[in-house]
Design a protein around this ligand. Sequence first.
Ligand code: GTP
Ligand code: MG
Length: 252
Amino acid sequence: MGERNAAAGRVLIVMPTYNERQNLEIIVGRIRDSVPEADLLVVDDNSPDGTGDLADKLAEKDSRVQVMHRTEKAGLGRAYVAGFSWALERGYDLIVEMDADGSHRPEDLPKLLDAAPEAGAVIGSRYVPGGTVVNWPVSRKFLSAGANIYTRTMLGVRVKDATGGFRVYKAETLREIDLNGIQSAGYCFQIDMTLRVLQAGLKIKEVPITFVERERGASKMSNSVILESFIRVARWGISARLHGHSAASIRK
Ligand SMILES: Nc1nc2c(ncn2[C@@H]2O[C@H](COP(=O)(O)OP(=O)(O)OP(=O)(O)O)[C@@H](O)[C@H]2O)c(=O)[nH]1
Ligand SMILES: [Mg+2]
């Protein structure tokens, strides 16, 4: 494993957190076991439950863990943009997106990293053969499946899990993208990034994962996050179609 990632280059996992105190230590331990050679950046939005302080304590014990403290809850999209810029400034070769709530299993990460050379970005996918979701209520399954079908239809993307947030980007892919131009704050950020990678003319590879519903802490999914996504995707899709394209086929 060490050899593989040494060949692929330096890996940084960017992990946004908001009130994940109950999850953080467990997930960091699992990351250490699964990908010991990767560095981790926790991007905390001043969580009221003290996640940021706990992250500092973990960072004191482990030089591979770093913490970025931001002042207020501004959405996972903004946290990722800040984390990506941090990674590029420090010369990382592969940048990972991963939730702190245990839904993205660190044990799947070696598989995603192995696929990284084949594409501009790798998505850990729930909706390709072999991918699964564990412990989701029917309502949540509907929301996610519906969001993906809507996105694929509106934008003309073939990616099966365009909203998935367990990903690996090559640094050169992130350099091709205007990160500071990204407005999407919530999970719409994932769709935004999918579109931008395709519009840069790069390939996306989907690798099956097992997605597990969080066991501890509260979801940050909200109606406003869903609405943001619905409106932005409609705007991108309709404006591209008015110009006679699908959004994914526009080259930027
Ligand atoms: N820094 C930061 N992190 C956030 C913010 N919102 C969510 N997160 C983190 O982003 C990750 C995903 O958030 P979740 O609440 O699990 O949202 P989700 O995965 O879209 O929804 P569920 O499937 O219901 O869990 C978690 O690690 C959160 O702590 C935010 O505003 N700022
Ligand atoms: Mg989650």
